[in-house]
Ligand binder design. Sequence first.
Ligand code: DOR
Ligand code: ZN
Length: 310
Amino acid sequence: MSQRENTIIKLPGLVDVHVHLREPGATQKEDFATGTMAAVAGGYTQILDMPNNTPATVSQKSLEEKEKLATGKIWCDLGFNFGATADSSKDFKKVAKKVFGLKIYMSNTTGPLIVESEKAKEKIFEAWPGPLPIMIHAEDKVIEDAIKLAKKYKKAIHICHVTANQLQAIKKAKKDGVEVTCEVTPHHLFLNKDDARRLGSLGIMKPPLLTKSDQQKLWDNLDKIDMISTDHAPHTLEEKKQNPTPFGVPGLETTLPLMLTAVALGKTSTARLCEMLATNPKKIFKLPEQKDTYVLVDFAKTYKISDKNL
Ligand code: DOR
Ligand code: ZN
């Protein structure tokens, strides 16, 4: 074998359960074709799309329309997460076998999907048939509400974009027998509040970037976090300069190179990356196996991430 071949590593096709493709409603940012091309360019072969589109994916009809829009346009495997509202709960049973998760916004974000009333939350947790997890957007202490409901209704929950101040509550919930998993985003791992100042409106996302010490806590607890999800949320540059600034950053093309940089720096290992970027998300969201699907990375090559080649 030549020396060059020796530097090539084989990874499984990566899986991301938390992607905000922008079709329907905001195809000036991205559509099913460009979004899934970005996924493949970043080493992802299986992704799950979030429901906060316009119109939101909160009925059997809007789900079917989304499926139709994506048909014939996608470059990798794509599944959908359903949006939870008090009203959409009437469709849960009809869609539960077609989607890969239910997403509930218990904290504010892009789009109108926030669920604030306790009564609505109870209704949603009670109605979701499972066994796929309820994906939770709950910032800071709001997570406790989600854990309480998961316990009461015996539902599996998946905490999206975990922050350092939530790790203790998750640990305790696990101890109490709650079926809870969590994910971390690359932007919370690689950026912090100091970067946010430098980046201005480009650094605005939900949840917001953490302090340097809370960022470090995420790295220190990487072995307790089930997966890395991109929370890929593109907006145009013009939109990011507007006031109010829309939340979010794209991540599909940059996550693998960033995480491999972390391996090169000794912060994690490729074996752990395979668990967090493929094995665990597949297992937790019961995703189908993809035969003969893999990603080859030349570890000897380095390059600088730039917006020009994205
Ligand atoms: O930063 C974010 N952007 N967080 C979210 O929860 C939603 C996302 C989006 O859709 O823009
Ligand atoms: Zn998100």
